[in-house]
Each structure stands twice: as structure tokens, then as C-alpha cells.
Design a protein around this ligand. Sequence first.
Ligand code: BGC
Length: 413
Amino acid sequence: MALQKNYPKYTASVTQQHWCHGILQRRSTWGRKERKRMKMLGMVVAIGRVAMGSLGGNVQAEVTKAPFGTTTVGEHTGKQVDVYTLKDAALEVKVITLGARLMAVNAPDKNGKKADVVLGHPDLAGYEADRDTYFGAVVGRYGNRIAKGQFTIDGKQYDVPVNNNGQSLHGGLEGFDNRIWSAKQIPDGVEMTLVSPDGDQGYPGTLTAHVRYTLKGPDLRIDYSATTDKATVLNLTNHAYFNLAGEGNGTILDEKITINADRYTPVSSVLIPTGDLPSVAGTPFDFRTPHVIGERIEAENEQLKIAGGYDHNWVLNGPNGTMKMAAKVVDPKSGRTLTVSTTEPGVQFYTGNFIKDGAITGTGGQAYVRRGGFCLETQHYPDSPNHPAFPSTLLQPGQTMHSTTVFSFGVEK
Ligand code: BGC
């Protein structure tokens, strides 16, 4: 596919150097036992997928479109937002054109009982009023933080809005989460498109971004692609919060997570990576074997204190630009599982530390609590434009950025 052909240009040579180094290091720090366990996990996931796929994988998903509401705030006032529903035998998924947001995923538990496992607002007014959580949104142009909102391309300094403790978060004051994307139906899903003009939020170049959501059996796949007419930086991700017990059903602290990463990127007091890539070994950041999310979240650990829980980027094992497992979450009570695979080099595991208890009434009418959802934002590392040793987020005219993430839902009895 043409997009794929261009992708290595976007990942840049720095990435390859970094990863050669990473692989050498990984061999010595990650024991044979762990590697075997991760391989087994991959096999179990694959078998699970085949089993779920046979339920509905070969039949095309049904895709329908309906009006979701009319905006009442800002430059879009009076514009219609649509909701697309993607349905197959395994799942029902809802995506809205405001922020190209993943609004709902109805998934069965071990007894076949369906629940919506994605946090959301019941109506458009809820999304418009909430400028903090980024529920389900495609965030951009730059997902996560850029230090002091400053970076340099070809010797020229760019300033983008600082909206979080003096840093720029998720693309600035009017990020992609707050735009109405154009949408068209495609086989098994919907493609959303956004043209971000040159200078949008201070970022150079006219950027055309496409995000495709498709559903095949248990797999919700998100394909991102983008082109620019001037050199720019870019980090698109999806900011969905999941609660495998069902949205509005308490915290996610009892859910169990595995993250396929030997290293992570610790942060400063304003959540900007220090640039170090330490091993997770012997820390509460070691999820190479499954751990309950709440087990070590309150541990005496400076990084956990800074972020009020987990809110960090893990350096995924495996090459940048190639599909690999990022994480797996299991809810022991319902038996629901979520496996995330991606071509991205990192994943931000965020445990909803900033959700305020009771401040939001969610899709099903229940008040959300702090840590009522977790995000697994597949991404390039935060503040990459200011860390030449990180995989590059630079996109040049003539290149096409392409990235894929699959959220695969299953059950374990
Ligand atoms: C960030 C958090 C931030 C949250 C906003 C996450 O991606 O890592 O620090 O508070 O988004 O909802």
C-alpha cells in the first residue's frame, strides 16, 4: 500500500539507531522466562481472536449514520455533528464527528452480557462543555506535551499555545478534539478527515489528516494517515478511556494490565520527559507480567507522586512502524479483555487521575469517579520535537505519516 511505503521516512533514521540499541539492551534485561510468557500471551491473544473472529469476522460490519446534535459553542455554532454506528456479531461501536471521537464500544462479558466499556458523555452538550478529559478524541496535532510550547524545525522556532502548567498539551487550546471532522462511510467503518490550515495553533504547514475506524469481528482498528505542505511535527492518538467493567461502574483499579515494555520515559514535575529511558525492572512501572492496576499505584515512588498515579509513556518492545502488542487488560470480574496492538513506538498509560469524583455524568447516567477509566494512547513519545534521540515526529512535504492501532476485545472465563 502506498501509505505504508512512505512510512519509514516519517519514523526517521534516529528511530532505527535507537531501536538497534534497544534490542541489545532488551536481551540482557528481559529474561528468557518473561520472553516466553510474552510469546505465550501473544499466542493466547491470537487464538482468542480467531475464536471471536469466527463469530462475525468474515461478515462486513453494518455501518449507519445519524445526527448526534447541533453545536452551540464557538466557531462551529449551529453545525451538525453526526454519529456513526459500526456493528457486527461481536461489538457495537459509536464514533462522532466532533473530534473524531470514539464514543462507545458495547462488548460482551463472559456470560454474553453487553456493556459500554468506553467513557463518554450522553449528548453533544456534554462533549462541548468538557475541555479537560478528551474523552475518546483523536488528539492532535501533537498528542501529549511539548515543553513550554516550543520547538524548532530547520532552525526556525515555533510557539504553540501553552494550556497545561506552562506546557502545550494535546495540540493547544483548540486541538483536533474540538473540530468537526468530515466523514464518509467506508467498508466496515468510517473515514474522518480534517484539514488543519498552515499556522493552525502555531503549527506550520497545511496538514491533511485521515482517521479510519473499521470493525472486523472483535477488532476495532484505527488507521491514521497525514500529509503536509511544510515541514511540521505530528503525534496523533486516540484518547479513549476504557473501563472493562462498563463505564460508570467504579474505578479500574482491580483490572489487571500487562504492558509490553522494558523501559519508560520518566517525567519532570510538569510531566515533560527527562530524556532518560530507564528500565522498568524493580519499579511499579514493570508490567511485563500482569499486575492489578491498583496494586502499586500509591507506592512511595516519585514518578507516581508527580503524576498522581500512572500517566507515563512506555517504550514498547519491538520495532517502530511494525505491528506489535502494546498492552493487555483483563477485568477479572466480567472476564472482558482488551488487547492493544500498534505500529507506534510508545503508549501512554493514563489512569484517569485527573477525573474529578462526581463531576461528570457519563453516557449511561452514572457519575464518573477518579480513576474510573484508563487510557492506552498509542503514540510517539511526549515532547519528541525537543528530544533528538527519541523516534522522530517530523513530517516533511512529500511524505505520508501512517500509523495503525487495533483494540481487540475478548473474554476470559
Ligand atoms: C495526559 C494527562 C492529561 C490527560 C487529559 C493524558 O494523555 O497524559 O496528563 O491530564 O491526557 O485528559
